[in-house]
Design a protein. Structure first.
Length: 135
């Protein structure tokens, strides 16, 4: 079946009224594919905690995303966005992960190139009172 892939034209990513992990990634980026897998493993390990929604945002076309097995076979919602979404979330490279709280504030933001980065991202859920990134 695979993941539904949508195109969004604005920075208004579909952030839920709950915790949301946004992974900015592209299918031609090997580290991005690794980041998807690392975040999904942490997602399973975090089952005792609040499960954030998982969203992957990419500037690649929907056709390019559908051609990538990692983007089609993920549990995340996948969206194709324009560069303004990357600028809005201050993404400087891919893979880049952002943890957005239910209040739409950014609690964690940074590279997501390895398992340690994914683990750090999820550990921010244990201390949500600390807002790491100014809105």
């Amino acid at each position: 079946k695979g993941t539904e892939i949508q195109t969004l034209a604005s920075v208004d990513l579909p952030v839920a009224a709950e915790w949301t992990v946004i992974l900015f990634a592209d299918p031609y980026c090997g580290n991005c594919v690794d980041a998807i897998q690392a975040i999904e493993r942490e997602y399973v390990r975090a089952s005792h905690r609040a499960h954030p929604h998982f969203l992957i945002a990419s500037t690649s076309t929907t056709a390019q995303l559908r051609a990538s097995e990692a983007f089609v076979n993920t549990s995340a919602r996948v969206v194709s966005v324009d560069e303004s979404a990357f600028a809005h979330y201050q993404v400087t490279r891919t893979p880049w992960a952002v943890l957005v709280g239910p209040d739409s504030k950014i609690y964690s933001s940074g590279t997501a190139a390895d398992h340690q980065s994914a683990s750090k991202l999820f550990s921010a859920l244990d201390q949500p009172q600390i807002r790491l990134i100014p809105a």
